[in-house]
Design a protein around this ligand. Sequence first.
Ligand SMILES: NC(=O)c1ccc[n+]([C@@H]2O[C@H](COP(=O)([O-])OP(=O)(O)OC[C@H]3O[C@@H](n4cnc5c(N)ncnc54)[C@H](O)[C@@H]3O)[C@@H](O)[C@H]2O)c1
Length: 392
Amino acid sequence: MADKSMDGLNTFTAEVEAKEVTGRKLRVAIIGTGWIAGSHIKSYLAQPDVEIVAGADLVPGKAKAFFEKYGVTDVKTDYANDEELLADKSLNLDAVSICTYNRQHAPVAIHALNAGINVLLEKPFTVTLDEAIEVMKAEKASGKILSIGFQPRLDANMKKIKEIVESGELGKIYYIQTGGGRRRGIPTPFGTTFIEDETAGIGALGDIGCYSLDMVLNAIGYPKPLTVSGYKSAFFGQDPNYIGYRADKRAEYASKFGVDDFGAAFIRLEGGIVLDFRIAWAMNMDTPGDTIILGTKGGLRIPSTECWNGTVGGPMKIYHEICGQQVETEIPIIKMKEGLFDLKIRSFLDAIKNGTSAPVPSSQIVINQAIIDGLNKSAELGHEIEINIPEI
Ligand SMILES: NC(=O)c1ccc[n+]([C@@H]2O[C@H](COP(=O)([O-])OP(=O)(O)OC[C@H]3O[C@@H](n4cnc5c(N)ncnc54)[C@H](O)[C@@H]3O)[C@@H](O)[C@H]2O)c1
C-alpha cells in the first residue's frame, strides 16, 4: 500500500517548461521531511528559479539525511523544529512547503504566516474547522499566499468536470454522489503517522475524502454547506488481524489506530443541492461507486478507481436527451504531459512571483474542511447538525 494516496498523481517529470529566471531565485524551505516531502523536493529541484535553503524535522538528523538523499548541499538543517527555522531571519525565505502530519498543519502554517512567509500547506487543510479558521486569520493578517496541496484538481480531466458543469450542459445541479474507497488500503508504509490520533487526527476523511469533496465542490463553485448527517467507523484499522498489518507483522498498529477508516455523510448545500458522500480506506467492497452529478438537463458519470486517490478513473459519460432521444456522450481521458506535483509547485511559485492569488485558496478549502469537521461532530453526536463557518 506504499503510495496509494499518490498513484498516478505524482509521476515526477522534469518536463516543466523552463521559465526565464528573472531577478534572484526564490528561497524555499521544507518543514517536515518525511514521505511527501520527497515529492516536494523533486519538483522544486526541477524549477530553475528556486534555491532550497533550509529544512527542519522534529526527528533529529532526519532533515539532514533527507537533503543528502536528494543531493542538496548548502542547506541549513540544524533546527529542532519549525519555529527555530522560521525564526532564522538569515534565511530570508520567500516560501515554505509544510509537509508535516495533519495535527501539525495548523500550528506550523500559523508560525510561517506570522513570520511573513508564503505557504504551500499539504492537504488536508487542517484537522478541525476551528484550526482552519485560525490559519486563515494568520493568512489575512500576513497578506501572504497560502495554497493548499490539492494537486488532483490540476489534472486536465478534473478541470473538464468543472468546464462541463459551468457550460450549463447539465442544467441545474441538484444531486451529487461522490467518494471512493479501497478494499484494503490503510496507509502504513512508513510507520503510523497516518493512523494515530495524535499525529493524523483524521483518517480516510483527511487522506482521500478531501480529494473526493474537492472533485465535485470545486466543479460547482464551492457552495456553502448547511447541514450534515455523518457516520464514521474504524472496524478494519482497529483489527489486529487486518491483512495489511499481518503482511507487515505489525499487529500492534491496531491498538495505535485512532482515526476513521470509513466515513459517510449526507450534506445539504446552498442552492438546493444535496451531496451523498462516502470514503473508505478499507471495506468489504471494491468501490462504493462512481461519482455522479445529476442535473436537470444531463447527468455526469465520473468513473471511480479501484484504489481511490482522487483521479478520474476512465472516460466520463454525460447522459442527456437530444431531440427527444436519450443519448450518452463519452468524454475521452486527456493524457497529461506534466506531473501534477510539478504543476502544484510551479503554480504556487508563479503566484508568489506574479503577486496573484493562491492556486488552491483557503477560502474554498475551508468549506471542504467544514464538511469533514461536521461529519465528525455529527457522527459523534449521532444526529444531523448545522454547519456554520465563521467569517474571518
Ligand atoms: N498531496 C499528496 O499527494 C500527499 C500524499 C501523501 C501525504 N500527504 C500529506 O502530507 C502530510 C505528511 O505526510 P507524510 O506521509 O509525509 O508524513 P510523515 O510522517 O512521513 O512526515 C511528516 C514529518 O513531519 C515532521 N514534523 C511534524 N511536525 C513537525 C514540526 N512542527 N516541525 C518539523 N517537523 C515536523 C515529522 O517528524 C515527520 O518526519 C500529511 O498531512 C498527508 O496528508 C499528501
